[in-house]
Design a protein around this ligand. Structure first.
Ligand code: AMP
Ligand code: MG
Length: 413
């Protein structure tokens, strides 16, 4: 049986980068940049004032002190967004607002609060101001030709602001993966169907659709397939329109588990069938032409956990991302935890913080059909294959499942 790490490497080795498309910068939010973006001009474009005050010549204030103040003549009032009509000469000042271009002749700014008004056209200065004080220099954020954003960067609000600030309205990003999702099982019915004769409502295609959307990909919902090789084959063939096919159920060794046979019939090159993990041991992965096929286990928790570990990094990689994995944190285990040897176990954990220390506790019963254990979870504990128990008080690594946090360590305000 293949290990989790080897299985993940094997999946990622098969991933091909998708093509690119040009989109407006709002549509680029959360997508991955497919081009290097260079600054086409300086930002800010010119020296400008960082304060409301007076643009002056530093030299004119050099002798200013409480005992011997300097009086300067105000020759102009300059709002942001305009250029001065005059240049600052000896003994002169231009009243300047934050963001206005620094007038010719001036080499520093004296803040309004460091001046006294003598009359409408004069100020008194009691301290000297060094050259370059409270100036924002042209190009201090970006200099023309700077590599502003590298390809592979995920576009967040800051990147959208940066692009706009240098007049970019469109960028090239990687295409979103199209992901076909198929539930399998004679017992599986859709949410609005009758379950009275022993049926089970399809939750997997719903959690998977949400996981696909959350990973920035486009779901193609193929519905539910009966457990016959023919019907599975027909449905999988429809899924070849996608970059990825995900099935759930039908990958164990039961009498009605035909997903493998159907994938074989389509000419899938299978990479592996079983992974040494709980939940999620029956888990198939292969490639059919350019499409990656993931046969996820049917149990709802196993479906979600195997998606997190194998499908999500693959979707991120094909969409150009350079960061593929969820972050992990280290936390102290609250009570003893037992597991079987030989497999990595991914237990659903709740995290909480007390006195600056992070603690982890299991989210109740951990059966792979107990979907509530995922809903309650902040993350998945990552255990080692050879461990059989971990004692309360020992440190454990937890892979976060996203979302916001109430942890003191992350508190900013
Ligand atoms: P299987 O691997 O097909 O034997 O499925 C394992 C378990 O997962 C069975 O109890 C199924 O009823 C359940 N299961 C399979 N597919 C789904 C689904 N789409 N939604 C909810 N439960 C499912
Ligand atoms: Mg089944």
């Amino acid at each position: 049986m293949i290990s989790v790490i080897d299985a993940r490497d094997s999946v990622l080795n098969r991933v091909q980068l998708l093509g690119t498309e040009r989109v407006d910068i709002f549509s680029a939010l959360d997508r991955v940049l497919a081009e290097e973006v260079f600054a086409t001009r300086n930002q800010p474009p010119w020296d400008n004032s960082a304060m409301d005050g007076y643009a002056v010549r530093a030299e004119d204030t050099a002798s200013a002190s409480g005992a011997s103040p300097v009086v300067l003549e105000i020759i102009e009032h300059l709002a942001a967004g305009y250029r001065a009509g005059k240049s600052v000469g000896r003994g002169q000042a231009i009243h300047i607002m934050t963001g206005a271009p620094v007038p010719d002749g001036a080499d520093t700014i004296i803040r309004s609060e460091d001046t006294e008004q003598v009359d409408d056209s004069h100020i008194r200065v009691r301290t000297s101001v060094p050259e370059g004080k409270d100036l924002r220099r042209a190009g201090e954020d970006l200099t023309v030709g700077d590599r502003m954003l590298p390809a592979g960067k995920r576009i967040r609000p800051a990147e959208i602001g940066l692009l706009a600030s240098t007049n970019r309205t469109h960028v090239s990003v990687y295409r979103r993966p199209r992901v076909a999702i198929l539930s399998t099982g004679d017992e599986i019915v859709d949410v609005d169907e009758d379950i009275s004769d022993g049926k089970i409502v399809d939750s997997n295609s719903y959690s998977l659709t949400a996981l696909v959307l959350e990973a920035g990909a486009i779901p193609i919902r193929l519905g539910i397939s009966r457990d016959t090789r023919e019907e599975l084959e027909r449905n999988l063939r429809a899924g070849l329109a996608g970059d990825v096919i995900i099935t759930s159920g039908g990958v164990s060794v039961g009498e009605f588990d035909f997903v493998k046979a159907a994938l074989d019939a389509l000419g899938t090159s299978m990479e592996f069938w079983k992974v040494a993990m709980t939940p999620g041991r029956p888990f198939a992965f292969g490639t059919i032409q350019d499409t990656l096929a993931f046969g996820l286990p049917g149990n709802p928790v196993a479906t979600m956990v195997t998606f997190e570990l194998f499908v999500r990094p693959a979707l991120l990689k094909m969409s150009g991302a350079s960061r593929l994995y969820r972050p992990t944190v280290r936390a102290l285990l609250l009570s003893d935890l037992h597991k079987s040897s030989g497999r990595k176990q991914f237990l659903r954990m709740q995290l909480f913080e007390r006195d600056g220390q992070l603690y982890a506790t299991q989210t109740g019963a951990q059966g792979s059909g107990i979907l509530k254990s995922m809903s309650l979870a902040d993350g998945l504990a990552i255990t080692h294959e050879d461990q059989t128990s971990i004692r309360g008080g020992e440190e454990i690594e937890v892979m976060l499942l996203g979302g916001e946090w109430n942890l003191a360590g992350a508190r900013c305000c």
